[in-house]
Design a protein. Structure first.
Lengths: 418, 418
């Protein structure tokens, strides 16, 4: 069986399973999630044995410590996976929800019903826990899943997938609701991205290279996250104590995350007062500062930023700083150099807050809050499969609702069009 | 200037205009729409002179009567265009609407704001009125537009576009909010479909060939409508008088529309009673019937359907008829052969209605109503740019809301992530 035939077979099974899953009641899906969680715990030792094969192969291939660390499945890691599944089971089921059902002048009632997308293809790297997390979110939202993990985690992923299959079947659902591709041959990814007859949406999770490659090659719509170049703008009317706290938190709370601030914009009128104070706080964390000319004139320990710095996602203790004329200048900078992810204004001025919220073209726009809040859990989605920087369909943190769509429903009593 | 340079210039202008338009208030957009409507009426004679050039060229190229008819701009046609613009002006502005703003445990408030998509590319054929209709819907929803009409309508389209530009500028908005591509060279369409830096979504309007080509070549997300293979299923528990009315209306009210019924499914238990009666009504309209074997055994004046008939969008007085075992059989047929557009069950049974609504995977699912109701006006959207058979983003009739997206907004008071 060649890759194309194999993918067709997987796709057909996924499509068939998705119809059953779409009609499944919440209790059955929750039972499956609970059973999978229990199975993962029960089989911790076996999962770790399988994981050890991947770690061994990884060491032989010379993977670095950070990659091996991401690949490792500890007993605590298995516990966390199981916990994640139980949390997803506890969320409300979005499928079947009917909204805005109202009578039209013709006498028909028109409304919208939330329904699964169908079959979701997930392409990811390293971390084996994605196998369980992604499968669980798709399952709860009524979607069948085709998973393609990295070759370095194939034994771990297959082992987790076996627990998922067993749990699904124990709950009376088809095991094919979640399928992990057998081979990690790269050509098979190509087949997956061209299987538009069977797959409704592709979600890539991993580094920028993977996401760009998937977006470029996919014939199927992609929900993706590219860069997180987030800004905090400290306005002339900011409460500078709050601004300092937020600017410090947004940069230093965690460095390697997409919602960390990468560029600090400061209104010229408060720069002399604000910058030295916040720079001293950054110094305690050894954050490297790269400022515009005006910034460097105020701060002594500051490198000169180049134009590239404004479009850089450092994911590191590095911060670009620019002094801007006013809010309009800040908004222009954000919409031009940012990645439409998350941007904050610090201001006590009502009108400016209102304008900033409207005019900044990002998936999350904030007033007086740290960019670090851009997150499915903080927003109350319960869980997230990623943060979309796309505009269509899902924008910002994507939870269960982002994995569904709305169809129209119409109720009549023999109504005909006149 | 080659096509690529030209497209870059158009794209940059569109992007710049879209920022201004996104922040424009409803009153200003409505004023532009009203002014454009007045200008179209005022310049009717000139529009018809320009239109005559297209008609002359069309006759020389040997376009058939139907195509020339679609191309013709009558005085009444101009009136209708202007009316359409005034109706769009009267609709509520969806932009800036804030929903679900609520406090989270951290103390921040999280909600969603409806915002424009940005720049919309529209690729269409023949009918010059699309130039005004599409531009108006995009304008009201705060999006800049790049229009590429057919070569056969270039003079008409450019003339309408000039009125649009003049109206925009009179209202203080950039004329570049709506741009019509100068050249109708096919290679320029390719450039448009690759301009993902400047265009956020592509909407093709026209025949299936155009839509398939655009979907295949576009690097930009496409909102599209492919087939309308709609079904009416007459259930064992149907009120047969209502079923006859709906089945007759869904087929014969208009033939060439996407929401006309193409296949009638009838439960075996009522087929002998139902089919001869409804067939007699179809006979009054000379509708050609193509039935499964069982149907042909009941109806005398009925051709035998082939497997191709179940997947055919006739757009003509032709109807495929199939007798099914039960509702499950009907749902399976619809999900397999249908185009996920619009499907109806005729039944008086509560549980079956509930199951059909949940299990049929179409953009509109109906109970006891004609498929002909699947329409933006009937659904209360006020106007529609098309009916999407996609699942992501917009599904079913697409009105102003489908041309917008939601961003998250977060309000805090110096809140930081712990």
């Amino acid at each position: 069986m060649n890759h194309n035939e194999y993918m067709t077979k997987v796709g057909q099974k996924a499509r068939a399973a998705s119809s059953i899953l779409a009609a499944a009641e919440a209790a059955q899906k929750n039972q499956a999630l609970a059973t999978i969680a229990a199975l993962l715990i029960e089989k911790t030792t076996w999962l770790q044995t399988e994981n050890a094969k991947d770690l061994q192969a990884g060491k032989e291939k010379g993977l670095d410590d950070a990659m091996l660390d991401r690949l490792t499945l500890t007993a605590q890691g298995v516990e966390n996976m199981a916990d994640g599944l139980r949390q997803i089971a506890a969320l409300a089921d979005p499928v079947g929800e009917i909204n805005d059902l109202s009578y039209r002048p013709s006498g028909i009632q028109v409304g919208k019903m939330r329904v699964p997308l169908g079959v979701i293809g997930i392409i990811y790297e390293s971390r084996p826990n994605v196998t369980a997390d992604a499968a669980a979110l798709c399952l709860k939202s009524g979607n069948a899943t085709v998973l393609r993990g990295g070759s370095e985690a194939i034994h771990s992923n297959k082992a987790i997938a076996l627990c998922v299959k067993e749990g699904l079947e124990a709950a009376g659902l088809p095991g094919e609701c979640v399928q992990v591709l057998e081979s990690t041959d790269r050509a098979l990814v190509g087949e997956l991205l061209r299987a538009q007859e069977y797959i409704d949406v592709i979600i890539p999770r991993g580094g920028k290279g993977l996401i760009e490659r998937v977006s470029k090659d996919s014939l199927i719509p992609v929900i993706k996250h590219l860069d997180g170049i987030c800004h905090v703008y400290v306005d002339a009317e900011a409460d500078l104590a709050k601004a300092s706290d937020v600017a410090f938190n947004a940069k230093t709370h965690r460095y390697g995350v997409c919602n960390a601030m990468e560029t600090l914009l400061v209104s010229e009128s408060v720069a002399v007062e604000f910058l030295p104070e916040v720079a001293a706080r950054y110094a305690t964390k050894d954050v490297e500062l790269r400022g515009c000319e005006k910034t460097c004139a105020i701060l002594t320990d500051c490198k000169t930023a180049t134009d590239e710095d404004w479009g850089e996602e450092y994911l590191a203790p590095v911060l670009a700083i620019k002094i801007v004329d006013d809010m309009a200048d800040a908004i222009q900078h954000i919409n031009r150099y940012g990645s439409h992810h998350t941007d904050t204004i610090m201001t006590q001025d009502y009108s400016k807050a209102r304008q900033f919220l409207r005019q900044v073209d990002s998936s999350s726009v904030m007033v007086n809050a740290s960019t670090r809040f851009a997150d499915g859990f903080e927003y109350g989605l319960g869980a997230e499969i990623g943060i979309s920087t796309d505009k269509l369909h899902a924008r910002g943190p994507v939870g269960l609702e982002g994995l569904t769509t709305l169809k129209y429903i119409v109720l009549g009593d023999g109504h005909i069009r006149q």
